[in-house]
Design a protein around this ligand. Sequence first.
Ligand code: GLA
Length: 369
Amino acid sequence: MRTWVAPGRVNIIGEHTDYNDGFVLPIALPLVTRCAAEPTDDGLVRVESRQRRGETVRAGIGELAAARDRLPGWARYPLGVVAEFVRRGHAVGGLMLDLDGAVPIGAGLSSSAALSCSVAVALRDLFAPTVVDRELIDIARAAENDYAGAPTGVLDQSAAMLCTAGHALFLDIRRFTAADAGYEQIPFDLAAFGLELLVIDTGQPHELVDGGYAQRRAQCEAAAAELGVPALRDVDAADLPRIAGAVVRHRARHVVTENARVVTVAEKLRQGADPREIGPILVAGHASLRDDFEVSTAALDTAVTAALDAGAHGARMVGGGFGGSAIALVDRERTERVAAAVGDRFVRAGFAEPRTFVVVPADGARRES
Ligand code: GLA
């Protein structure tokens, strides 16, 4: 069998901006989902996962839409990708998929996009070689939104597909979705500055299929509608007082200020500034997610505060929120001390000890063998 891989991601800055047509700045992680795939001639898709031993899932290529409801949740991601290729008219035949995911599940590191994108690149190479990356991203997102029922934006799939080692991906979502333009690989070499990026997985699972994420999206749409613009991307701070309700106004304020933070951070990195300079911007992003967007948790706040108290230059929750992970930007020689301090603070606060690990920007989805 041939194999393909796709990575998880952390977003350096730009949370809940993707579905508002805004800006994001992710890196891909060295952690990947591996998809081994082989065509078969029986018209069936069979999926196995090393994380779900003994649970082979089968469905006929022609009955994928109808099969959805009887499938276990995890299998809706790979089969959703197959179903989306079929729905778009690609000639997909029988297929065996063997999955192995190393991105922690529910950690806010996009294990689901790693999964859907690893399957998407495999299907492209096997059945639809003319499909371009942008369409592949759309296929993976549609699989997650429509088949798996997770109402994501396009950040995670774009990061999994487009990121490159040693770089952060600056993505202008509106330009990218409209015209396959508006993205840029910006060098992000923390080691050259004696820095490391520490991920702190709180161990508190984050689930996009829960309602909080969808509710935030609806509030953003309501804010844009109230201001008479297509998306919050089109709003600046001076427009915000025109939003009548305080909650919706605060949600919009997060998006407006977060877009500005992405642009500032991208510009600093582009100019080769010391990444320590982005630390305070990450902290401001966390405060905005906590206070205006209200998607942080006590554990995420504890991770951020403890990391900063132990000398991190910046720290913030990453991903959709309601659990998952935080990142901290630390001097290399302090990484262990920061990780230990966060662990201590967690235990004292009554949380289970978090998992901490250092990440570097890695490559996006690719064929491996
Ligand atoms: C989740 C979604 C993304 C994005 C982030 C928040 O990861 O899948 O599309 O909205 O939350 O930035």
